[in-house]
Design a protein around this ligand. Sequence first.
Ligand SMILES: C[S@@+](CC[C@H](N)C(=O)[O-])C[C@H]1O[C@@H](n2cnc3c(N)ncnc32)[C@H](O)[C@@H]1O
Length: 403
Amino acid sequence: MRLHRNLVFATIDALSEIFNDGKYADKVIEKTLKRDKRWGSRDRSFIAETTYDIVRWKRLYAEIAEVKEPFSREDLFRMFTVWCVLRGVKLPDWPQFEKAPVRRIKGKFDELSKIRKYRESIPDWMDQLGEKELGEKIWTQEIHALNNQAPVVLRANKLKTTTEELAKKLLDEGFETSNLRNYPEALELKERANIFKTKAFQDGLFEVQDASSQRVAEFLNVQPGMRVVDTCAGAGGKTLHLAALMQNKGQIIALDIYGNKLKELKRRAKRAGAHNVETRDIDSTKVIKKLYGSADRVLIDAPCSGLGVLSRNPDAKWKLQPEFLEKIKETQLEILEKYSKIVKNGGKLVYATCSILPSENEKQVQKFLKTEAGQDFILMKEKKILSSASGYDGFYMALLEKK
Ligand SMILES: C[S@@+](CC[C@H](N)C(=O)[O-])C[C@H]1O[C@@H](n2cnc3c(N)ncnc32)[C@H](O)[C@@H]1O
C-alpha cells in the first residue's frame, strides 16, 4: 500500500476532531469524506477504515507511541506510525516519519499484548466491569471478538423481494454476497463496499442490519393483522423488519422520544413499501397512557450501553462513561415498568438490548418481574447472543407474556 499525503492528512484531521473535540466518529468521517469530490471509493475507504482502526486501538497505540491526550498533530502522526508498522505498511519518506522507531514499536507491542486492557485497547473501568459481569474467560473472548471489524449484513425486504432474488440483483450490480445459515433473510457482503448507492437499495429491496439484530423482530412472534407497538423505534431498523414479518397487514405504532429519528423512520418506511407504520413522538406521558392495554405485541428495544456493538462503533469505548451506564439502567427499568402496560392481556412483550452485560439484560428482567407492573408477566424465553460465539453483534432478548 502506498500512502497518499492528502488522505493521511485528512485521517489525522478526523482523528483530532474525534479524540480532542469529542465529536462522534461516524459524523466526523461522513463530513471528512465530503471534503474532496475527486476521491474515489478506495480513497474513501482508506480514510474511513484507517480512522476507525486508530479509534479502535487508541489506548494501545497511544501507549506504544508514548503520547497522552489531548493529542498534538505530532502525537497523532506517532500513533499513525504505530498503525503503519503493525499493519506492515511501508513508511513514506516524509518528515513526519523520520526516525520512526520501528523496532521499538514492535517490541512494545509484544510487551503490552500480555495485558488485556492494552491488548484489547479498552479503558480500565470497562475491563474491570466486563470481567466482573461476565467472568474472566468469557470477557476475554468477548472483548477480543468485539475488536474485529464488523461484517456488512443485509436484510432482504420480503415486502418487495426474496433473499435469492436480491442476491442476484446485487450480483448484477457487481456486489457478491453469501447466505447466512439459519438467518433466512440475511445476506453478507463478500467485500466491504458502499452499498447505499445501488439501485437495489434505492428501490427498498434491503436494509443494512446485523444478523443478531435480525433475531429481535423474529423473537416477538408477530402475525399479520396484529396491533404492535415498537416503543423505542429510533430510525426503525426493527420496525421495518416487523412490517415485513406482518406482510404489511395490521398496525405498527412506532414511538420514540426523538422526533428526528422518527422522521428518518418514515423516509425508510416509504422506501421499503411498509404501509402499516404510524409514528408518534413521545412528547408527554399521555402518548403512552393512551395505548395502555391495547397491543398484541410490544417491543422495547431499549437504550443501552451498546457494548455488544463495539465492533461497528469502536468510538463507544471512549465516549461511554460509567455514570451514563448507571443512568441508562434506571431508564431501562422505568421504560419496562411503564411501557409494559401497553400490552393487552394474553399479549407478548420483547425486551431487547445490544449489550452483553447481565446488569442491563437478564438482571433487569428479573428486577422488572418483581415490580408491580411485572407481576402480570411471565418470562417465556430469553436469548443471549455473544459476539465471540456468533461472529455478529452481541444482543439480548427476553420474551414475556402478560397473563
Ligand atoms: C437501541 S435504540 C433503538 C434502535 C431501533 N429500534 C432500531 O432497530 O433501529 C434505542 C432508542 O430508544 C430511544 N429512547 C431513549 N429513551 C427513550 C424513552 N424514554 N422512551 C422511548 N424511547 C427512548 C432512543 O432515542 C433510541 O432511538
